[in-house]
Write a protein that binds this ligand. Structure first.
Ligand code: PSU
Ligand code: MN
Length: 302
């Protein structure tokens, strides 16, 4: 790994050197997943929550072609407010570095960078997965989970996806799915998917016990810790189904494809639900950051 392609914030560097807890956060959710101005507020809140739990937040992005781990306040603002922030998945990292781009990192590319920076715990909202529809559109988040040994805290895969197919993919590729305080895999805005978890954990120590076992065995996949959206913010299934169907139909009519699909669907659902899905998204992001910080603290115990 070429050091000069990375910019690790000194605060993160010293936390990692001292084996203090660090939580990686992605930036695509800020730049492309949430509307303004809630995106900047949320980015700042997530960092505050991680700090309040006694861990150091490392928001990850690419700025001027550098893989940045831990952003300054003005850099977070830039990601949230400027119009030239690209959505970068793993396949885009070499292009972004080679050409000196600014971009936000997805779950896949955030994991890639976090792992190489030595971070073991990452919090996000919903992972990407197998999309609905005939074209096999599979998020790069999935293969990255299959080859990156770290703890990823999320609320399952985003509801816009084919959740049963995504669940099967995780199983086929040997990714252990933990239900954190739940017995089924959450479905992003809703706690119910009808899909199984592999194991239930009720505390950070429970999760770390599995992560340590995974490490000792040399298992190279992520440990996917799925946490339900807090009850007061969940969106009921019936309401959700209608707006989801309408959003999917609109995406098809407008020929939205590739990296634009997910941001389009999330934005349309927020509009059609009069902000209910947005509130759920922010609530689950905050809760996941809190859970991840507690897990990171447990991991840093000797
Ligand atoms: N979780 C959220 N909102 C988001 C995302 C996750 O609550 O916007 C982003 C993540 O960065 C994830 C990406 O990696 O959506 C998936 O996009 P795609 O389906 O194009 O791979
Ligand atoms: Mn895709």
């Amino acid at each position: 790994m070429s050091e000069n392609r990375f910019h690790i914030n000194p605060e993160i560097e010293s936390a990692l050197a001292a084996n203090q807890p660090v939580v990686a956060l992605e930036s695509t959710v800020i730049a492309h997943g949430l509307p303004r101005p809630q995106n900047l507020d949320t980015a700042q809140r997530l960092e505050q929550i991680v700090r309040a739990e006694g861990a150091t937040p490392a928001t990850i992005a690419v700025l001027g072609g550098k893989l940045c781990v831990g952003l300054e306040q003005d850099q977070v603002e830039r990601i949230a407010t400027s119009d030239d922030i690209k959505k970068l998945s793993t396949r885009d990292l070499a292009i972004a570095v080679g050409r000196g781009w600014n971009g936000a990192t997805t779950v896949a590319s955030t994991m890639w960078i976090a792992r190489r920076a030595g971070i073991d715990v990452f919090a996000t909202g919903g992972i990407g997965g197998v999309h609905r529809g005939v074209l096999p559109d599979v998020s790069a988040d999935l293969p990255e989970l299959a080859r990156t040994p770290m703890i990823v805290v999320c609320s399952g895969a985003k509801i816009v996806l084919d959740l049963p197919a995504t669940r099967e993919w995780l199983e086929t590729h040997g990714i252990t799915v933990v239900g954190y305080g739940c017995d089924e895999m959450p479905a992003f805005y809703s706690p119910k998917s009808g899909l199984p978890i592999d194991v239930r954990c009720d505390s950070p120590a429970d999760v770390i016990q599995l992560f340590r076992a995974q490490r000792e065995l040399g298992i190279e996949t992520a440990l996917l810790v799925t946490v339900p959206v807090p009850a007061e913010a969940e969106v009921l299934d019936e309401a959700l189904k209608k707006i989801l169907d309408r959003s999917l139909a609109e995406a098809e009519q407008s020929n939205v494809s590739g990296r634009d699909v997910t941001p389009f669907l999330l934005a349309r659902m927020a509009e059609l639900s009069e902000g209910a899905t947005l509130r759920a998204n922010i609530s689950l992001l905050e809760n996941n950051a809190r859970v991840a910080a507690r897990i990171a603290r447990e991991l840093s115990q000797p």
